[in-house]
Design a binder for this molecule. Structure first.
Ligand code: G3H
Ligand code: ZN
Length: 277
């Protein structure tokens, strides 16, 4: 199937499931994620984030995914994650991404609006949807770290204004999730999410998906969450599979990598289950 349009979240929003958005860093991770999503007949977004960009993998990964996509029946999108530099907009468009996240959430509201709206205008010119972020999601994502005490829940009034003034197609909300593994079970602010859902009409995005328990995700799916980002658990799952594989197949790279990909697929399978209605 050719690449899905970035508007892949609309169906999820209407039918109360989430498109799992998996960060990928290597071809083997792409292979494992696509194979599991195909087996589970689940639409999927493969995310290229700032870490992969720093590793100069943006075009490499996008080309690899574009070549692979026709062999699959599921909708597959390619999403640029946590872009904080408007210059990356053109790079993402030229690279062949299908959706884009402008993350200017670290700036004052008006600056966030201006930068996000600029990204929306550029991306909408080529029919590419844009995700914005409002509020401060805690934890460490690539090179950005937000201390717990600085994490800031998204306000409903600000969310309504932000969506109107930027024209974004989806909104990443800060409701208690955080990037990275949690020291204690997170407690999503479902009341706040319900208010944002009731006052906006666009798909909502949950970042920091690793480590959020299924029951909290299930509740969030009924309140407008239509995309959930996962990175840390995939990287840890893959690396643990690699470590295990190095012991089991000390001189057999092919079977070692197959073993590591199987470990990653187990993580992906679980997250897909969590994203279903
Ligand atoms: O944008 C990426 C995700 O928010 C990653 O969060 O590493 O906690 O799964 P996570
Ligand atoms: Zn994130």
């Amino acid at each position: 199937m050719p690449l899905a349009t970035g508007y892949i979240l609309q169906d999820a929003y209407k039918r109360h499931y989430a498109v799992p958005a998996f960060s990928v860093h290597t071809f083997d991770m792409v292979d494992a994620v696509l194979a599991q999503a195909e087996q589970d007949a689940m639409p999927v977004l493969l995310m290229v984030g700032q870490r992969a960009i720093r590793n100069r993998q943006m075009q490499t990964l996008v080309d690899y995914i574009c070549d692979a996509a026709p062999s699959f029946t599921i909708p597959i999108g390619i999403h640029l994650d946590h872009c904080r530099d408007n210059n990356q907009v053109i790079q993402a468009i030229r690279a062949g991404m299908t959706s884009f996240m402008m993350d200017a959430s670290a700036h004052p509201f008006d600056v966030n609006v201006a930068r996000t709206r600029a990204a929306v205008e550029a991306c909408h010119a080529v029919d590419m949807p844009v995700e914005g972020e409002l509020g401060a999601i805690g934890g460490v994502e690539d090179d950005i770290s937000v201390r717990d005490e600085d994490a800031e829940v998204t306000s409903v009034e600000a969310a309504v204004r932000f969506v109107e003034e930027t024209g974004v197609d989806s909104l990443a909300v800060a409701i208690g999730s955080a990037h990275g593994m949690y020291r204690r079970e997170p407690k999503l602010d479902l009341q706040r999410l319900a208010e944002i859902y009731a006052n906006t009409e666009i798909p909502l995005v949950l970042h920091g998906g690793s480590g959020i328990p299924r029951h909290q995700i299930a509740a969030a799916l009924q309140l407008g969450i239509a995309k959930i980002n996962f990175d840390t658990e995939l990287r840890l799952g893959f690396m643990s599979g690699l470590k295990d594989a190095a012991e089991k197949f000390p001189d057999d790279p092919f079977h070692a990598m197959e073993h590591a990909k199987a470990a990653l697929r187990e993580v992906v399978r679980e997250k897909i289950v969590f994203c279903r209605p």
